[in-house]
Every structure is written in structure tokens, then in C-alpha cells.
Design a protein around this ligand. Structure first.
Ligand SMILES: [Zn+2]
Length: 596
């Protein structure tokens, strides 16, 4: 790794108010400042945009940023401008194009954002001929690769431009790229192999909780009561979105829905309201979230099973991008797995094994008695420690029960009743609770009748749920249960069956491995100065027409409230207080500190 020039730390502090880089940022910035082309694979929330914004401020000339989403571009512009970075965009939505072109030609722009379809036009190349270009940053670079999950021909059309400016270094950025896609990007952009920088997948400030969906309304209400900040709840269907949003609204929380059935204007307005808010809940289908860069999302909940571990990781990754503690909650049911396994029969035969693997990986995640984070990180090829101290299983280790015998009884009851009855009937047979249907069919005469004692009766349902998730029990056409793959081995006693039983969730203080609170902290409750600072931020943001987090993150306001600085110099030492913000708002903040 090239050495980092000392001026980079000064610029980091002056522009962003940070005294140190996070994670892989330093490695990427060092290479970019040394003029070497780089591919940075960094998870959402790892601070990707800083890796080109900082060099853009330091290097002679303009950094051209290719980005596919206009909404995201405009978010970035607002944030850059608040930090005093000279940034503009050239898109169909911009009305100040002549001024932008003039500023570019005059060398008065640090950053120029442009969409790929415009960047690949010959006249854009001519425009850049008249300017000094320091760097090409290509965001969402996986769109370049036909191997990627999101190939865009517009991205391929960028190559002539990049080749024309062959001496200008390139920085390709992506949050999601498998090995194939990475190799493809390196080759397409002529980035040397040692230019690949992969950041770790861990997001230590995100806490993971996964529970069976026993009483979703109450389970979600408990989360909302504990988390007053903004959050997202993903629901599987439009109808479920509308239902959930109505029930949350009825409890008095600010909430909006988002799904493909709403008119475009309504969707855009709801999204804008959520981005600007400090307490709103967005109930949405997975259509929501692409291109949203709201750093202060405090929780992400799933009311149903996500599509895959990749989708779960990406969706939960929208929480806590500011590094403060954030919660996630996934509620799953046996019926989620039943539906997903039924859908397997509809996909092309050659894709079925991969899809089945995806589901099995999800089943392992929801059922594991071990650390959720460790399982997630192993899934992405990392070698994490066995425990994290910040997931439900680490905070309240579940008991792992050997339920092999009970599983044999359950499967045997399904088999002996003819593989067509639902769980309610099977349960009654097992615990010996007679009803009309049981006596009519003679099921009270079976050897399995009443073989489960009172001590084990409570485990029948959780076990059936787990066996359905694993595909050992499968649904029949009429909603009954039948034996699936692996049932025979269990019945013969060849395959032991374990079942994790969650401990009662204690609302204990969340502590990390080393006993300290995780990075960042919770906002103080009832601190008048902190509340006054938030009030000031709200009105300042409204006046400037930007979301509150663009003015300052909560962490900065917390530090001000705790340190109570009395001079501009002391205030400037606080994290997130760059030179531009200090100059613009420093006096107002000091006045508030003196008042409280
Ligand atoms: Zn853990």
C-alpha cells in the first residue's frame, strides 16, 4: 500500500471533521492519491463515497463520478456541499447545466456527477477535453460485468471514454461483487490485480435478532417502542404493507407505506418524507431501499423471510450507516419456508439446486443456536470469531435440545395417519387428545396415539416449524403434512435432531465482546442541551432544504452535549465538525451551549 501523505489526515479533518479513517478507507485513499487505479469492494455503510470525495478535494482537477441513480446523486451533492466540497451534477434533471459546464472549464469543481448514459456520449468526452480531470470514480461498478446480478449496457459504453483518458486513474466501487464479477471489472477497467481492495463484511454496530413469528403485531410493537428513531419494516406483499402501516399508524407512530402499487408521485413523496424524518417508520416491499443513502436508520425489520442471505444482509445493511447502534429483527414462520419450497418447483430445473441451497442457508441462519453474525460472515467467506456479543444468540444463548426421539414420534405420526393431516390434528394424536375426527378415523388406536408426554408437548410445534424449514416435513396440496427429504434417516434413528429453544429475551444492556458498549452510543434521554441541539438542527435543515443528518449526525450533537465546548477551537475538535460547518454554524452552537 502506498504511504498516505500527512496532508490527507489534515484534509480529512478539515473537510469531514474526522480524525481517522474507517476500515478500508485509508488503503483506498492512499492508492487513489498515488494515482493508481483501484477496485474497492466495500459493504454498504463502510463510507465508500469518502474514498473519492477526499481525493477530489486534494487533487488538482475534477473528479468525475459515474453513478446510475439521479436521486442518490442529488443526496450526495447535498452532503458534499454542506462539507464545503465544490460539487455539481450533469443530468436531465438539472437546470443549471450552463453554469456547471463553465465551472468545470474554469477548474472550479471538485466533483462532477454524471449518469452512465450521458458519460458515454461523444460530446461529454469533448467537454472533458477542455477541463482537467483528476480521477474517474465509477460507482456500482458491478453493472459493468455480465457476470454481475445487475448488468447495464450503459456501463459497457463507458469504455471508449475511459480509454480516451487512459492516463487518468480509475476508482471502481461496489458493495456486491462475487469473484467472477471482481475479475471481470479488473480486466475491463485495466486495473492491476493488486488494485483490488476488499473491506470486511462485518457491521459491528448492527445487532441481529431472528424470531419465529408468534405474534407479529406485538413483536413489532415492542421493537418500535424501544426504537424511537427512523426505521424500515419490510413486508412480503402490498396488502401486508398496507395492513401493517395501518396498525402502526393506529398506535400513534408516524408511518408511511411504499410499494409498487402506489403512484410514482406518492412513492417519491413518501421516500422524501422518510429521508428527511427523525422518527418515521417506512413499511415497504423490498422495492424500497435501492439508492437510499439515509445514514440514521435505527432499525430494519423483516415481517417475513427474506429471499436469501444476500438479500437479508443488504436490506439489514441499510440500518446504522452512521456507525451508531442499530437493531434488526427478522420474524419467520414455517409457512414462509413452505411457500418458498413450493416456488422451487416452478423454477427451471437447472437452477433448482442453487435455489434450494439458498433456502437451506436461510434455514440454517434462522435455526442456529450459535452466533448469527459469525454465520453471516462465514457465508461471505470470512473467518470470524465464534461469538460477537451483539446478536440475540450471543446476548441470550438458546438451549440446544436433543429432540431426536420426539422427531421420530412426530414423523411417525405423520406417516401412520397417511400423510395428509395438518399439524393441529397430528399434535392431538401425539398428546392423546381425542376429538370426533380422531375417533372416526380410528387414529386413537394407532401406536403413536398419546406417546408424547406433557413435558414434551410444548416442543411439538417449534420442532414441526424447524422440520418444515429444513424440508423434512413438506406440505401436501390440501395443506396437510407429508414426509420430505431426510425424514427416512431420522425415522430410522440414523440422523440426530437438535432444536434451539430461545431464552426469554432479556432487555439487557447491549455489550460488545470486550465488555464496553459497541461503537457509537445511544442518544441521551432528557438532556435539555441535546434536545435543544436537535431542535436547532431540525429548523436549520428545514431552512436549507436538506435532511437533518446532512447538517450533523447524532454522534456530533451527542459529543457537543457531553463536552460543552466554549470556544470555536474546542468545538472544531468534535467529530464531524469540518471547517465549513464550523464557520457556518459554530457560533450558533456555542450560543446554545451557553444557554443550557
Ligand atoms: Zn453473535
Amino acid at each position: 500500500m502506498p504511504a498516505l501523505p500527512p496532508s490527507a489526515l489534515d484534509a480529512l479533518h478539515a473537510t469531514f471533521g474526522f480524525s481517522a479513517f474507517r476500515g478500508a478507507q485509508e488503503a483506498v485513499v492512499s492508492r487513489v492519491l498515488a494515482g493508481r487505479s483501484t477496485l474497492a469492494v466495500m459493504p454498504t455503510g463502510a463510507g465508500k463515497s469518502l474514498t473519492y470525495q477526499l481525493p477530489a478535494v486534494m487533487l488538482e482537477g475534477t473528479c468525475v463520478v459515474v453513478s446510475p441513480l439521479i436521486a442518490l446523486m442529488h443526496d450526495q451533492l447535498r452532503g458534499a456541499a454542506a462539507n464545503g466540497i465544490r460539487a455539481a451534477s450533469l443530468t436531465s434533471a438539472d437546470t443549471d447545466r450552463a453554469a456547471t459546464v463553465a465551472a468545470l472549464r474554469a477548474g472550479a469543481l471538485d466533483l462532477l456527477y454524471v449518469a452512465p448514459e450521458r458519460a458515454s456520449q461523444p460530446h461529454f468526452r469533448d467537454l472533458l477535453e477542455d477541463a482537467r480531470i483528476a480521477l474517474f470514480a465509477i460507482d456500482e461498478a458491478h453493472c459493468l460485468s455480465e457476470w454481475g446480478h445487475d448488468f447495464r449496457p450503459d456501463y459497457r459504453a463507458l469504455r471508449p471514454l475511459l480509454e480516451h483518458f487512459g492516463e487518468v486513474p480509475r476508482l471502481a466501487l461496489t458493495a456486491t461483487a462475487d469473484h467472477h464479477t471482481r475479475a471481470d471489472i479488473l480486466q475491463l477497467l485495466a486495473i492491476p490485480d493488486d488494485g483490488l481492495i476488499v473491506a470486511g463484511f462485518d457491521r459491528p454496530n448492527i445487532s441481529y435478532t431472528i424470531r419465529p413469528r408468534d405474534n407479529p403485531q406485538a413483536q413489532l410493537a415492542a421493537l418500535l417502542d424501544a426504537e424511537p428513531g427512523p426505521g424500515i419494516i419490510y413486508a412480503p406483499t402490498r396488502a401486508a404493507v398496507e395492513r401493517l402501516a395501518a396498525s402502526i399508524g393506529a398506535r400513534g407512530r408516524r408511518v408511511l407505506p411504499y410499494h409498487a402499487g402506489l403512484a410514482n408521485e406518492v412513492r417519491a413523496a413518501n421516500q422524501a418524507a422518510f429521508v428527511a424524518s427523525e422518527d418515521m417508520v417506512m413499511v415497504a416491499t423490498v422495492a424500497f431501499g435501492m439508492g437510499i443513502d439515509k445514514p440514521d436508520v435505527r432499525f430494519v425489520a423483516h415481517a417475513g423471510l427474506p429471499k436469501s442471505i444476500e438479500a437479508y444482509y443488504q436490506e439489514t445493511g441499510r440500518a446504522g450507516r452512521d456507525g451508531d447502534p442499530a437493531q434488526t429483527l427478522m420474524l419467520w414462520g414455517a409457512d414462509d419456508f413452505v411457500r418458498a419450497r413450493q416456488r422451487l418447483t416452478e423454477v427451471d430445473e437447472h437452477r433448482r439446486p442453487a435455489e434450494r441451497q439458498r433456502l437451506d442457508a436461510l434455514a440454517a441462519l434462522v435455526e442456529t443456536p450459535a452466533c448469527r453474525r459469525a454465520l453471516l460472515r462465514r457465508h461471505f467467506g470470512e473467518e470470524p470469531p465464534a461469538t460477537c456479543g451483539n446478536c440475540d444468540n450471543c446476548l441470550n444463548p438458546p438451549a440446544l435440545n436433543d429432540v431426536t426421539e420426539l422427531a421420530r414420534k412426530l414423523l411417525s405420526a405423520v406417516y401412520r395417519t397417511g400423510q395428509g393431516y395438518g399439524l393441529g390434528h397430528i399434535e392431538k394424536v401425539l398428546i392423546g387428545k381425542p376429538d370426533e375426527r380422531i375417533t372416526q378415523r380410528g387414529h386413537d388406536a394407532l401406536s403413536v396415539y398419546g406417546i408424547v408426554g406433557a413435558d414434551e408437548a410444548g416442543l411439538v410445534r417449534p420442532l414441526a416449524r424447524a422440520l418444515q424449514a429444513r424440508g423434512v416435513l413438506v406440505p401436501t396440496e390440501h395443506g396437510g403434512l407429508a414426509l420430505g427429504e431426510g425424514a427416512r434417516e431420522i425415522l430410522r434413528g440414523e440422523e440426530p435432531v437438535g432444536l434451539a429453544i430461545a431464552a426469554r429475551p432479556a432487555r439487557a444492556a447491549r455489550r460488545s465482546r470486550d465488555g464496553r458498549a459497541p461503537a457509537g452510543g445511544a442518544n441521551p434521554v432528557g438532556d435539555p442541551l441535546f434536545e435543544a441541539l436537535r431542535g436547532w438542527r431540525r429548523s436549520t435543515a428545514a431552512e436549507a432544504g436538506v435532511p437533518p443528518y446532512v447538517v450533523f449526525h447524532d454522534a456530533t450533537l451527542r459529543e457537543v452535549a457531553a463536552q460543552r465546548p466554549t470556544s470555536l477551537a474546542a468545538l472544531g475538535e468534535i467529530g464531524g465538525m469540518g471547517t465549513r460547518k464550523l464557520g457556518e454554524w459554530g457560533e450558533a452552537i456555542l450560543a446554545l451551549v451557553r444557554q443550557y
